[in-house]
Design a protein around this ligand. Structure first.
Ligand code: SF4
Length: 317
């Protein structure tokens, strides 16, 4: 008898509260103001989401100086530095800030510890938009630590006044290793007041850890520039999956990946709409993967209110 082929589906996966809010922000802005609505950077790091919003009339730009004076611009979920707010104001742009509240929380921490004259070691990936935004809050106090191997290069002014903060979408395990190395070097290193790696990033990694040891292959749906999606591939490989690949769409799956495979795990990054996961399940169904078992490690109920400019007006009593 042929070995049964099955799919394990990680839960939670896909959209987090911050992405949901950011995507809805652009949709509501288009409904309210009509096209075009300008968006600085990709609203979230997902090809499908960006293409779909572009079809509806969103225009994605690299910087605010590409936006016509006086027009509406939405800032992405990854956050922006104060300098971006200043240049937008100088061009009289009408801004709608879709920065995830959990990124804003890290900005507030950066401002607070900079005010108290700490050296802030920001663990994150060089060049990522979120890191650029956070570092821009206090460039003279913040230095980037891009993983455990960067620790050797870190120097501080006063070893008794050092704190680490982080990007929200990192690998929890790798970040803890970076912190361990930093603490070896600076024993008085302070921890952030609360976790900077957000609940959604952590939950998706925990679900993959639970699923990966049972999988011959883990397919992560997500875009290559999505930090939390790329981390899920790493987590799958580090926790027992024989192979793991990142795909934007089902059509990117190479059928040779499925040779000799009986269990495929599927998850998706925090910026990935569920329709793309369904596409992968359907694709695998054509190759005989009919059984789908959900591996649930947490339930998520968090939601965020839309930016003030887009909330329904209150009616007077
Ligand atoms: S991944 Fe986390 S920080 Fe990023 S938008 Fe989602 S909830 Fe916010």
């Amino acid at each position: 008898m042929a070995e049964s082929k099955r799919i394990l589906l990680a839960e939670p996966r896909g959209y987090c509260a911050g992405v949901d809010r950011a995507v809805e922000t652009v949709e509501r802005a288009l409904d309210k103001h009509g096209a075009p609505v300008y968006v600085r950077k990709e609203i979230v790091h997902n090809r499908h989401v960006v293409d779909t919003l572009a079809e509806r009339g969103a225009i994605f730009v690299g910087e605010t100086d590409e936006v016509p004076e006086g027009a509406i611009v939405v800032f992405s979920a990854h956050g922006v530095s104060p300098e971006v707010h200043r240049t937008a104001a100088a061009r009289s742009l009408k801004t709608i800030d879709a920065t995830c509240p959990l990124v804003t929380k890290v900005h507030q921490e950066a401002k607070r510890f900079a005010r108290d004259d700490y050296d802030i070691l920001l663990i994150g990936h060089e060049g990522h938009e979120e890191v650029e935004g956070t570092a821009g809050e206090a460039p003279e106090h913040i230095q980037l630590v891009d993983g455990p191997d960067s620790v050797d290069n870190v120097t501080v002014r006063d070893e008794s006044k050092v704190i680490w903060l982080s990007q929200t979408t990192l690998s929890v395990d790798e970040t803890m290793e970076t912190v361990r190395r930093l603490r070896e070097k600076f024993p008085e290193l302070n921890d952030p007041p609360s976790d900077d790696i957000c609940y959604a990033t952590q939950n998706r990694q925990v679900a993959v850890k639970a699923m990966a040891p049972r999988c011959d292959l883990v397919i992560v749906v997500g875009s290559k520039n999505s930090s939390n999606s790329v981390r899920l591939v790493e987590v799958a490989l580090q926790n027992g999956a024989a192979a793991s690949y990142l795909v934007d769409y089902a059509r990117e799956i190479d059928p040779s990946w499925l040779e000799g495979v009986s269990t495929v795990g599927i998850t998706s990054g925090a910026s990935v709409p569920e329709v793309l996961v369904r596409g992968v399940i359907d694709f695998l169904g054509d190759y005989g993967f009919a059984d789908v078992e959900t591996v649930t490690t947490a339930e998520e109920t968090l939601t965020f209110a839309l930016p003030r400019e887009l909330r329904p007006a209150r009616t007077a009593k």
